[in-house]
Design a protein. Structure first.
Lengths: 379, 379
């Protein structure tokens, strides 16, 4: 390990106390030493994705957050609702590092050939603890980026790109002809729209505001339905008749929209049916909930026949089903189209301490479409 | 066709008028003539199953029902809620025969060997229009019952027995280790309990009243949870830990119970987990909704991680997946265990006209556990 590296490094930690308090801090920990098959990455950019917030915030109410400590070493505390504490018992008392993915430069490498080959390369990594100055990972987990790649462009190589590609792969695996996507103007939704244009996949986007509609139309979207429009259900049904889409990915979770999508799919299926079926259409209609922007209960009126399914969808089990050849194929596409199809846009850049600033925290905790934070731990 | 058969026969009909009125009548129709491959069955017994009520009552509000006509030829009218009319458009104006299954005696047969072999046999049939004095069906659809079988014992050979067997088959097909069943003291639930005892399948029954609990315990049930007990969620979780059941069949549909079952399955999975997983357990938890005793919305709090599914379950598509060898295997078991495992109990026997009596109609429309009607069209 080169001499110039410091002996310690800083890392964001999230701690759930048995008393029901969340505590966020920046810990100073020993600099890791790479094993023969590992590399040490100096993290230059790590995104705050919705999928990071569960571990970081532990469902704490950010409106109760207060801060102490110093500007460089803030200590944030917030209250966790009592009903959520039971589900957090397994992490209670453990100070946990956070951050699913990021990008940086390999500054030290283990003795293996594979690790040495990555020395000084810019790489993207996944696997947790990226909200830190450094992260030691197996060389095999690194995605080596082309010479000259800006680490900020490589920070979001995994979660959003693989999720968007995973939606299209799932559609093909499960025999559907098109997709529906909610909260569709998000970074991920824009990637999905670009993939669908490139691959000729029929896509129905659902957004909540006219300006979000425009973002997607500018990317070539044919179907964008605004859920706040009085004609939403008719618009959605007609887009579903047009596309034949019977699979939806929903980032919201709560409320009535999941059921509305199934009901409109059923209406679309019946619009082309030739005879009455007492149990509804025989077309399988599926919604996967992959996010939880709305934590309120999901309410289903079940006005969509008997041939339907709803389920949770997560990237990791999907990749397990896809298999290693498929994963390599998707990773290669992400690298090849990093600054086009898979370009991410960040509205705010913050340091590690900046990520624990109360004003910033309240913004990214809201998960509003269009707001996206990038942590810059070492720049 | 023998001379002694009348020229016409009586048949219950359900008509949805575009105005939003349901009309139930007894039509007099021409006696069908069997084609070479068909037989004519004199229906002696046909059950009123929950799965018949959708077609019969068309979601009409039975509290608005009024009757006219004569005692022998009643005409029942009732109001269909406006929001349900759209889904009924495809059957509007068509007078539809009703009744999924039944049993009776073959009184005329087509010229084929297969049809002739059934002459004078007692058979069980499925395929609609069994709330009638006679029904003409392909010989291949008849389940020939052992000499001396009481038609009342054969009336419910298909829907409940194949559904109960289908639950266990689905459990095996989808790799689960045990079952959960709601509204478990029903005729179907009792069959399922007997199957599970015989086959050594762990079963968790959910009921609403202590006397229902006792019915199942008397059949050898090890796990019966009362959803009205204050300790219901703890009782259910502990039964799930004990059985490892991760698949539920739900007859109710509405309310919070589907979500509670998933949450207790998740708690049971986590009770044996060794480390915290931010997205919940990786054990797949599934609920199939196969009935709609409660038509109110399904409310999901989604406090059960990300590895879960909910869907509709219907007998016909399941049998399609099972294939013809499997169907033959299940049918043979039903005949062999007709008066034991698959025994049904009826609280009321009515004529065709009696089935349209307002007092009777209001009772069976309620689908209360323990109340079961048998129509006797010709006895």
């Amino acid at each position: 390990m080169p001499n110039e590296l410091p002996e310690t490094m800083r890392q964001i930690r999230s701690l759930v106390k048995a008393s029901g308090t969340l505590e966020l801090t920046i810990a100073s920990v020993e600099m890791p030493q790479p094993e023969p098959h590992e590399v040490l990455v100096r993290i230059e950019a790590a995104p705050i994705n919705p999928s990071d917030l569960g571990l970081l915030l532990a469902t704490a109410d950010v409106d109760t957050a207060t801060t102490s400590g110093t500007a460089d070493n803030p200590v944030v505390t917030a209250t966790i609702p009592p009903q959520a504490l039971r589900g957090l018992a397994a992490r209670s008392g453990q100070s946990m590092p956070v951050g699913n993915e990021g990008a940086g430069v390999v500054v030290a490498a283990g003795s293996s050939e594979e690790a040495q080959a990555l020395m000084n390369r810019t790489v993207a990594i996944i696997g947790g603890a990226t909200y830190a100055e450094y992260r030691c990972v197996p060389a095999a987990l690194c995605l080596s980026l082309p010479e000259g790649t800006n680490p900020a462009d490589g920070a979001s190589c995994f979660v959003n790109p693989l999720t968007a590609l995973g939606m299209v792969e799932t559609m093909n695996m499960e025999g559907h002809q098109g997709l529906v996507h909610t909260a569709a103007a998000s970074n991920l939704g824009q990637m999905l729209q670009r993939i669908c244009v490139a691959d000729g996949v029929p896509l129905v986007n659902i957004v909540r505001r006219p300006e979000q509609e425009q973002i997607l139309r500018d990317l070539g979207a044919r179907h964008v339905c605004n859920s706040n429009s009085p004609s939403f259900l008719d618009d959605l049904t007609s887009a579903l008749v047009d596309t034949g889409a019977t699979l939806a990915f929903d980032a919201i979770g709560g409320g009535r929209q999941v059921g509305q999508i199934l009901a409109c799919m059923e209406a679309a299926a019946n619009a082309t049916a030739t005879e009455y079926s007492r149990y509804g259409s025989t077309v399988h209609k599926q919604v996967y909930i992959y996010g939880g922007l709305d934590r309120s209960p999901t309410e289903l009126n079940r006005n969509f026949g008997m041939t339907w399914g709803i389920g949770g969808w997560l990237l990791t089990p999907f990749l397990g089903k896809l298999g290693s050849e498929g994963i390599v194929r998707l990773r290669e596409r992400v690298v090849a189209e990093l600054t086009t199809t898979f370009a991410s846009h960040y509205t705010d850049e913050v340091s590690l301490a900046g990520a624990l600033n109360l004003d910033a925290l309240k913004v990214y905790a809201r998960q509003a479409t269009g707001q996206k934070f990038l942590i810059r731990p070492t720049t």
